[in-house]
Design a protein around this ligand. Sequence first.
Ligand code: ADP
Length: 265
Amino acid sequence: MSHKPVVLKIGGSAITFKEKPLTPNLRVMKRLAREISKARISKLLIVHGGGSFGHPIAKEYAINEGFKTKEQNIGFCWTHSAMVTLNSLFVNTLIQRDIPAIGIAPSSCILTKHGRIYAFDDKALTKFFEKDFIPVLYGDAVIDVAKGFSILSGDQLVSNLALKFEAERIIMGVDVDGVYTADPKKHSSASLIPQLTLKELKKMYKNLGDAGTVDVTGGMLGKIKELIPAIREGITVSIVNATKSNRVYKALKNEKVVGTYIQKG
Ligand code: ADP
C-alpha cells in the first residue's frame, strides 16, 4: 500500500442541511467518522465545505466581492465564526472515534490575491502532518491582498494541499453519486459518468463554452476545474456520495465503488 497521502474533501452538501441555515447533519458526520477510522489511512488530510454554515452569511454580506464598506467586516467575522463552529463539530466527531484530528483555520495561515491562494504559511500544518495528526481545513473567509477579503473554497484548498503534500489521490464526498451528464437533481434523465480523463474533461468544458450557455452542470464542473492542476500532476480523483454508507470508506480503501473516477489519461 502506498504511503503517499490522501486528501479527503467532504462537501458542505453532505455534512449540513443545505436548505436549513446553520444546521449540521450530525448523523452523516458520525458515520463518516466511523468510516474514516475504520479505513486507517496513515497519511490523511481532510477539507470540508461550508454548506448552510458558510454560504448564506457570506452571500448576505457579499464577502466574495471583496471589501467595499466597513459594515462587511462583521459579515466576514460571522462567516468565519460559523465555519469554526462547523469545523469544531466535525473535528469533535472525529476525535470521538480516536482520530487525531486537528482543526486548522485557513484565514489564519492563507492570503489570497483576486481569490486565488497567494501566500500559505504552512509550517504548523506541515509539522502536524509529519507528526501523524490529521489536519482538518475548510472553505473560509480570508484576507485578499488585492480586494480586501475573499472566500477561499474548500475545492481550491484541496488541489493546493494535494500538490503541496504530493498526494496520491483525492476523494471528493458530495451528496450525489458522482459526476452526471447534467445536474441529477434537476434532470431525471441525467446519467452517471463512471470514468473521465483529463482530455474528456477538457472536451466537456469546451462544449460548454461553444454552446455559449451557462454551465448546465451547475457547480460540479466548476468544482472539478479547481482539481485540474492536481490531475495534471497524476493525482487521481474519486467523486463519491458521502451521504451513502461505505462509499467514502471504499474510496479511502481504494476499493471499487460507485462514483466518478478521474485520471490524467
Ligand atoms: P459541496 O458543497 O458538497 O462540495 P456542491 O453543492 O457545490 O457540493 O456540488 C454538489 C452538487 O452539484 C450536487 O448536489 C448536484 O446537485 C450539483 N450538480 C450540478 N451538476 C452536476 C453534475 N453534472 N453531476 C453531479 N452533480 C451536479
